[in-house]
Write a protein that binds this ligand. Structure first.
Ligand SMILES: [Zn+2]
Length: 449
């Protein structure tokens, strides 16, 4: 039996989250309050410019490569970390691509590096049926790990680089049980990988903002100390049972400290739609257009087309981005329909080998493959679109320039053996070379430390 991502499993994270707040048949028509579209503001810490500047004042020629699987090989000239259309100067460093396909590097728009056991011993998980059960096992696992967050996060993040990831939005738990150890550990890993990976950090209140006293103060502290780029939230109704209070805390911190917002929303039906309306209203009221993301958003796939069009219009007007991890055919976001309204949608790994799930590999080419699998695609254009979401879609969410080989684009690409992009999405060949800002950061599937 194929390991279908949509196979029901009574105790999986996917089904638990899907069922946690399900309201049978309940949907909502979004408030269609029109407001003038506001200018998009790039999310805070679109880090690719800072990491790229000043360090790579040199030219490298990647010879004999096939961008997007082109039939005829070409040379890619990289100057100061960006693609150039000029001729390569005499004496430039040359790297032979061996006729491999060159593809844009990938962007993981939603991952939890602080929770992972990647690189450590196998962990046997116990049954869990509600978010509170998973949260308790998170804490147990955190305390049982001999390696600190920075080591575990670095292991996973460098592995992701070797699989072709150029950028990631990392959610890290913030709760009294950990203080700021999660965000600080991920921030340290980010620093060690600055040459290879652009990272945004979200302070994620996994234990709830209102139901766990002390969390709001920790979130504020993380923002004040500048260690994070965004403030997170979680199911304001289904888990925190405090819709307005949680959203007021989260958006208040974003407003006071100039950081973005990225909220986990698993609530379905009317609970989810009420939260969405609260998020849209606060984004509009605080002029945070372009700085807000909602992750998972399981309340959207079940809407009628008219209801979806209504909320998508609001999201487009406020430039609110969404992310999905393509958990199943019934919970994956309707990406094409959202794009019609200009809604940015990224793809992510979510948790990788943590207390919630033994699965995950932080390989975004694999995640593009999963997206194609759960959406049952067949056509080349559809497979190409899965890869686009895993690259440019995530870049749009993070405010990174597209790595599309145009002059001036960041020289962030992967070289693989293959025939064409659709075949690569299906076969997921080894990443023979990963280039970040014109620098080879992984080779033959291994990260170059
Ligand atoms: Zn998550």
């Amino acid at each position: 039996m194929r390991p279908s991502p949509s196979t029901p499993s009574a105790l999986s994270r996917r089904t638990m989250l899907a069922g946690a707040a399900a309201l049978a048949g309940a949907t909502a028509t979004a408030a269609a309050t029109a407001a003038p579209a506001q200018a998009a503001v790039a999310p805070a810490a679109a880090a690719d410019t800072s990491a790229r500047a000043g360090r790579r004042a040199k030219t490298v020629v990647f010879r004999n490569v096939r961008p997007f699987g082109a039939a005829t090989p070409t040379d890619l000239v990289v100057v100061d970390g960006r693609i150039s259309d000029g001729p390569a100067p005499h004496g430039a460093k040359v790297v032979d691509g061996g006729g491999r396909i060159a593809l844009p590097s990938l962007v993981d728009a939603h991952i939890h590096p602080d929770k992972t056991t990647w690189g450590g011993s196998w962990v046997s998980r116990r049954p869990a049926s509600a978010i509170a059960d998973y949260v308790a096992q998170d804490v147990e696992l955190f305390r049982s790990q001999r390696r600190p967050v920075v080591e575990r996060a670095y292991g996973l993040m460098s592995h992701a680089v070797a699989r072709g990831t150029r950028g990631m939005r990392a959610h890290a738990d913030v709760a009294p049980a950990y203080g700021l150890a999660g965000v600080e550990g991920v921030a340290e890993a980010r620093e060690r990988l600055r040459h290879a990976l652009d990272v945004q950090i979200v302070a994620f209140p996994q234990h709830g903002v209102i139901r766990t006293p002390g969390t709001a103060a920790l979130l504020e502290k993380a923002a004040r100390e500048g260690v994070i780029d965004m403030i997170g939230g979680i199911d304001p109704i289904g888990f925190d049972q405090a819709l307005d209070e949680q959203l007021d805390v989260v958006f208040g911190i974003a407003d006071r400290h100039g950081v973005g917002v990225d909220i986990h929303l698993h609530d379905r039906g009317e609970k989810g739609m009420l939260a969405m309306r609260g998020i849209v209203e606060r984004t509009r009221a605080l002029s945070l257009a372009g700085k807000v993301t909602v992750s998972h958003v399981f309340c959207l796939p079940g809407l009628t087309d008219r209801e979806l069009g209504s909320i998508a219009t609001d999201l487009g007007e406020q430039d609110i981005a969404l992310t999905t991890v393509a958990p199943s055919d019934s919970l994956v976001l309707p990406i094409a329909r959202l794009r019609e309204h200009g809604v940015r949608v990224g793809l992510g790994s979510d948790g990788v080998r943590d207390s919630w799930s033994p699965f995950g590999d932080a390989d975004m080419m694999h995640r593009a493959h999963i997206l194609g699998w759960v959406t049952d695609v067949r056509l080349d254009d559809e497979l190409n679109e899965c890869y686009r979401v895993a690259t440019h879609g995530g870049a749009d969410v993070m405010g990174l320039a597209h790595a599309d080989f145009r002059p001036g684009a960041p020289a962030d690409f992967v070289l693989v053996r293959g025939e064409c992009l659709p075949q690569v999405v299906v076969d997921m060949p080894r990443r023979d070379m990963v280039v970040h800002g014109g620098v080879v950061v992984a080779r033959d599937g291994e990260f170059l430390a």
